[in-house]
Design a protein. Structure first.
Length: 134
């Protein structure tokens, strides 16, 4: 058996890498999209706060297929510094969000529920929201 060298792409962020045996798991997301509405603050049972928002990201290459031309992606941050900055974002602002995709589970009156969301590790304003006309 011969082994050749192969070139593989690895993530550049050490926190996104997790190696177990010969497996390489990566959960790193980068989104650029428009803030759909104001950021909301959620009080957690622990007393901590989380910021939640939705990012609207256009789909590319849809061709003639019917259906939505955008995805609306739920985002959350538990980092105090990011929460403080997020509260100043205006709806319509273009953001670059990096983080990880998580699936959250909870019990509702009708049974178990779940939702995917991006837990933001960093955020950068790409373009400000257009000024409101009077």
């Amino acid at each position: 058996m011969t082994t050749g060298s192969s070139t593989t792409s690895t993530p550049t962020t050490p926190s996104a890498r997790h190696t177990t045996g010969d497996q390489l798991d990566v959960n790193e997301v980068c989104l650029v999209g428009r803030l759909s509405d104001r950021v909301e603050i959620v009080e957690l049972p622990s007393g901590d706060q989380a910021a939640t928002w939705r990012l609207v990201v256009r789909r590319h290459g849809r061709g003639s297929r019917v259906g939505p031309s955008v995805d609306t992606i739920d985002c959350v941050s538990f980092q105090k510094s990011l929460i403080g900055r997020a509260l100043r974002w205006e709806p319509g602002t273009w953001l670059r969000i990096t983080g990880a995709l998580h699936r959250r589970f909870w019990q509702s009156p009708t049974g178990p529920r779940s939702r995917y969301q991006v837990e933001a590790r960093s955020a950068k304003i790409e373009a400000r929201a257009p000024a409101a006309s009077t």
